[in-house]
Design a protein around this ligand. Structure first.
Ligand code: 1CP
Length: 344
C-alpha cells in the first residue's frame, strides 16, 4: 500500500486527517514560479519536460501539499487537434476559432505525437517525487474544451457561440465533443501508463448549461473519459464547476471523487451526492487574498466538523488559487490542515 495520504484517502482508507492540495497550485501563487516566468513564457515552461517537471514539484516542496498536479494546460488537446493557440496576458487565444468557420470541425484531426513531451514530463516527475506524495494528471472535460475551441478566447466566460452551437446544430456539436473525447481518452490513458497516481477531469464551465441538458447530453462524453481511466486502475476526481442542483446526478458511475465549488457547503453537497463518491473542496480561494490571519483561521475552523465526520474528503479550494492570493495564507492553510487534531 502506498504511503501517500492522498492515495490512501482516494482509495477509501480512513486517515487521521484530510489530504490537501490546490487547483492551480504551481502556476499562480508561488513567488518561485513568478520568478521563473520572468525568464520563460508559460508555453516554454510547459513544453519543456525538465522545466515542466520542476514547476510541478515546486508546490510540493514550498507549500507542503500532499499531491502535485502536472504542470500543463487543458488546451493542449485542441492544439493536438490542429488548432493554433497563444497564451496572452488576457488568457488563451486561438487564431482560428471554430465559430468563424464551423465546417472546420469536419477537418480537425488528432496529431497525437504533439502530446508525447507530456508523457516524458510525467516520467521525470515520478523519478523525483517521494513515495508519500501523489501525482495528479488531468485534462479538460469535453464541454469546457469545446467552449474554448468554438469561442476562441475567454473574453466572455459565457462562451455564447459555443452554447449557441449546442442549441443550433446538435449533430455538429456532438461531432466536435466526440472528437475531443476520443483524443482525451487516449491522452488520459497515456498519462496513466506514464505513471500518474490519480486523474482530475476539469469541467470548469459545466454551469453554463441548464443542468438537465448537461446531465443528459454532455455528461456522457465526460463519463467516457472517466470510465476509461478508472478501468485502467487510476482513481478519478471530476470537477463540474457551477453544476449546482445537477450535482445530485453525479454518482459513483461517474467518478471516485467530485470537486465542490465554493457556492454550496460541503455538508449541503454531502446530503445530495451519492455516499460512495468522495468530496474535494471547497474553501473560497478569494479568502486567501485577505491580509488578516483571523479571517482565514475563522474560515478554516468551519471545516472541522465536516472533517471529523467525513474521511472521504480531500481539502482543496472551490476553484483555483489566483495571483492575487497571498502565498503566506495558502501555506498557513496547508500547515493548518496538517497540524489540526481532526478527532476522527
Ligand atoms: O498549478 C497549475 O497551474 C497546474 C497546471 C494547470 C492546470 C491544471 C494550468 C496551468 N492550467 C490548468 C487547467 C486549466 N486551464 C483549466 C481548468 C481549471 C481551472 O478552471 O482553473 C482551464 C479553464 C484552463 C484554461 C486556461 N489556461 C486559462 C483560463 C482562461 C479563462 O477562461 O479565463 C488560463 C489563464 C490559462 C493559462 C494558464 N494555465 C496554467 C497557467 C499557470 C496559466 C497562466 C500562465 C501564466 O501566465 O503563467
Amino acid at each position: 500500500m502506498s504511503s501517500s495520504i492522498f492515495l490512501k484517502t482516494i482509495k477509501g482508507e480512513k486517515c487521521n486527517r484530510p489530504p490537501v492540495w490546490f487547483m492551480r497550485q504551481a502556476g499562480r501563487v508561488l513567488p518561485s514560479y513568478l520568478k521563473l516566468r520572468e525568464q520563460y513564457s508559460f508555453q516554454e515552461l510547459m513544453n519543456n519536460p525538465q522545466l515542466a517537471a520542476r514547476v510541478t514539484l515546486l508546490p510540493v516542496n514550498e507549500l507542503g501539499v500532499d499531491a502535485a498536479i502536472l504542470f500543463s494546460d487543458i488546451l493542449v488537446v485542441p492544439e493536438a487537434l490542429g488548432m493554433n493557440l497563444v497564451f496572452t496576458d488576457k488568457g488563451p487565444v486561438f487564431s482560428n476559432p471554430l465559430k468563424d468557420k464551423l465546417e472546420n470541425i469536419n477537418s480537425l484531426k488528432a496529431e497525437t505525437n504533439r502530446l508525447s513531451h507530456i508523457y516524458e514530463t510525467i516520467g521525470l516527475i515520478k523519478n523525483q517525487l517521494s513515495d508519500n506524495k501523489a501525482l495528479i494528471g488531468f485534462c479538460g472535460a469535453p464541454f469546457t474544451t469545446f467552449c474554448y475551441m468554438v469561442q476562441g478566447n475567454s473574453a466572455s466566460h459565457s462562451f455564447p457561440e459555443a452554447v449557441k452551437l449546442i442549441y443550433s446544430d446538435r449533430k455538429l456539436a456532438a461531432k466536435l465533443l466526440a472528437l475531443i473525447t476520443e483524443l482525451s481518452v487516449e491522452y488520459a490513458l497515456n498519462q496513466v501508463k506514464s505513471g500518474i497516481d490519480a486523474f482530475q477531469l476539469f469541467d470548469t464551465h459545466a454551469g453554463l448549461l441548464p443542468y438537465e441538458l448537461y446531465i443528459d447530453w454532455v455528461l456522457p462524453f465526460a463519463k467516457t473519459i472517466t470510465s476509461s481511466v478508472r478501468q485502467a486502475g487510476c482513481p478519478v476526481i471530476f470537477f463540474p464547476k457551477g453544476l449546482a442542483g445537477g450535482m445530485k446526478h453525479i454518482g459513483y458511475d461517474v467518478a471516485d471523487y467530485v470537486g465542490i465549488d465554493w457556492q454550496d457547503s460541503l455538508a449541503g453537497s454531502r446530503k445530495i451526492i451519492d455516499k460512495n463518491v468522495g468530496l474535494q473542496g471547497n474553501i473560497d480561494p478569494r479568502i486567501f487574498s485577505v491580509n488578516n490571519k483571523q479571517v482565514l483561521f475563522a474560515e478554516l475552523e468551519k471545516f472541522k466538523d465536516f472533517g471529523k465526520a467525513n474521511y472521504n474528503w480531500i481539502f482543496n479550494a472551490g476553484h483555483g488559487v489566483s495571483p492575487d492570493n497571498l502565498f503566506e495564507n495558502v501555506k498557513l492553510t496547508v500547515d493548518w490542515v496538517k497540524s489540526t487534531e481532526w478527532n476522527r
